[in-house]
Design a protein around this ligand. Sequence first.
Ligand SMILES: *Cc1c(COP(=O)(O)O)cnc(C)c1O
Length: 364
Amino acid sequence: MAFDRIFNFSAGPSVLPEEVLLSAQKDLLNYQGSGMSVMEMSHRSKVFDDIIVTAEAKLRKVMNIPDNYKVLFLQGGATLQFAMVPMNLMTVNGKADYIVSGNFSKKAAEEAAKYGKVQIAGTTKAENFSRVPRQDELLLDPEADYVHICYNNTIYGSVFDYIPETGNVPLVADLSSCIMSEPIDVSKFGMIYAGAQKNVAPAGLTIVIIREDLLERTPKEYTPLLMNYKILAENNSMYNTPPCWPIYICKLVLDWLLDMGGLEVMKKRNVEKASLIYEALDNSKLFKPAVSVKANRSLMNVTFRTGDDELDAKFVKEATARGMTNLKGHRAVGGMRASIYNAFPIEGVRTLVEFMKEFEAKNS
Ligand SMILES: *Cc1c(COP(=O)(O)O)cnc(C)c1O
């Protein structure tokens, strides 16, 4: 590969498109005749205003975001949203339903419990999160202020194969590890949030997409300004200095996505990549997928193991020696995890699959 780059299977921060990195490099010292780097310019300048306005417009286009939704570019990561969501939205009846399908949804529920009554509307914890709860397993409260889900479970490698039907209760979704990996009907959600460092940009940017009517729920008296969706929206994410550099890279990633043909094409590419690994797993006697239900297999985080911790460690070590890094699974699951986000090249997937076959032949 060019520039001696390796195949980086990191779960996040993670691989960015080479075209984007090269474009940022080209404009690094002098952004389009401004005489300075995007890192150095005032966020109130005309040049930066053009970047953030364009980034939002392109995001709306790529995700087909309806006009009655606001887009916010924030800081604090998805983890801050675990608190901001209940602070702003658990304010009508003081209770919310949480679907717990993995580590991050569990953390979100625990954080929300500081602000009101959290009801676990469904969980697959007893099955070590090897699948996500089905719609018919959900116990939803029609009086809940919202229902929260984590759509793609980064650590366990599972994904929802349906958007939960929640009636009139707004659905709030953490899309950190699958945003822009395939088309999604934004109008089915009250709010979507995502830390950008998995699929969109470097760390430091959080994207929030929120339906306008929900902005009226925030208690004004004590909510910190920077955690108040309404104030952030009224100020177009510029109440204070926004994360300028990640917003700029986000814009370049959106250009890359649009040039490619948008999310339908992206999905096709992602299905092709993930299928190569899942097919190898289904045909293997050594490696087993960690997710028990095929429809819940993530396109972004492929989790698998041999069942033997020492053999798993050997696999990770030997893969690393061949230029495939960050394949070690999260400690909660063990085994291996191949995170193959949008920008991850298919050659890297092919190299991994070939190595899996070779490893299996040698070790069984
Ligand atoms: C990575 C991740 C988080 C945590 O994101 P931060 O930006 O580090 O706070 C939360 N939810 C999901 C689904 C993730 O993948």
